[in-house]
Write a protein that binds this ligand. Structure first.
Ligand code: CA
Length: 226
């Protein structure tokens, strides 16, 4: 899950980045509305967290422009403006949700989980493929009904694959979902996570598409159906 954070308050942005990364989100940060709009065209995130009080453009204008260039992109607005009139204005301008500053981190994380659920192709809070079930609300994974321990990155990687069942996820796409722009990523980082996931899920659950990436299929290989 890749989040674009648009926030000019640097201490707040740093705190948010830290907390979101801890949850396994890949977070990219820009400080201006212009940078936000430019970024959307180049590296489209899954969710935008947008501060309305920006130094260059009015956040509501940014919101409208985002609606024009990426209408399906979910936007969570953060703002110190909290009168209910402005709340309605924000939602009318295309925000999917609205959080008034100051807010609790737990509240922001809860809202993000709602977005994640909406973004999931299944429209349900759990995805089950073969003997593996992923619960998006609880961030937990079971194999044959037994809960397994995954790191945040492993969880996010598995989620990307399970949400895109049957579709190949390229290594670079997976990397952009797991790591922000400035994060040091070892060239074999995805392979290492896949290796760990296979130890926990069984070797056949995630298929390697040689030279391209990985996928999870509904159909079992012959070897699985014995
Ligand atoms: Ca601001």
């Amino acid at each position: 899950m890749q989040i674009l954070l648009v926030e000019d308050d640097l201490p707040l942005a740093t705190g948010l980045k830290h907390a979101l990364k801890k949850q396994g989100y890949a977070v990219n940060h820009v400080e201006t509305g212009t940078a936000c709009l430019q970024t959307i065209g180049i590296d489209r995130p899954d969710i935008v967290i947008l501060d309305l009080g920006l130094p260059d453009l009015d956040g509501l204008d940014v919101l409208k422009q985002l609606g024009n260039i990426a209408s399906s992109l979910p936007v969570l607005v953060l703002t110190a403006r909290s009168s209910s009139d402005e709340k309605v204005l924000g939602l009318d301008s295309g925000a999917d949700d609205y959080l008034a500053k100051p807010f609790e981190m737990t509240e922001l994380l809860a809202r993000l989980r709602v977005f994640e659920r909406r973004l999931s192709s299944t429209n349900s809070s759990t995805i089950t493929i073969k003997n593996v079930t992923l619960d998006i609300n609880e961030h937990l994974v079971t194999v044959d009904n037994n809960e397994i321990e995954l790191s945040r990155k492993e969880y996010m990687l598995l989620k990307s694959l399970m949400e895109n069942i049957g579709k190949i996820q390229t290594r670079s796409k997976l990397e952009s979902r797991l790591y922000g722009w400035n994060e040091e990523v070892a060239s074999n980082a995805i392979e290492v996570h896949i290796h760990h996931l296979r130890k926990k899920l069984g070797v056949n659950f995630i298929k390697t598409v040689r030279g391209v990436g990985y996928k999870v299929d509904v159909k079992s290989e012959k070897a699985d159906t014995l």
